[in-house]
Design a protein around this ligand. Sequence first.
Ligand SMILES: [Zn+2]
Length: 141
Amino acid sequence: MLESMFEWLFGSSWNLVVIQQEVIENLREFAKANHPREFSAFLGGEIQNKKLIVTRLLYQEFHSDQNSAIIKQNLPLLSGMIGTVHSHSSPNNSPSLTDLRGFSKHGQVHGILAYPYDEKSFALYDSRGKKVNFIVDSGKQ
Ligand SMILES: [Zn+2]
């Protein structure tokens, strides 16, 4: 109820998430390059015709170690920020409790790319930590 009112007020509703292939490719490269440290970034994109389209990674200064990736940034200053993404150095792509706390604060969708950083190890969640289906847009029709 509150949520639908929010959507009505802000026009931010979407029923499909589309991730551009390039975003996934970039994410995989960064995750591999940082292994075994975790890599994190923000997702940039927009809502068009009820589709949440993820078009790019937004990089910010971050502190990263094996257990946590803490982003140091004032989020509202980032335009087009629609969520977050980070890697896990283990094969588990479920959000940790710390991840869930972050999800609820920062944006609408949250990706986790787990080791070994391939397509199958990527999962997407909403701000409550519920799994979200998505399609990958390769740019080819
Ligand atoms: Zn995590």
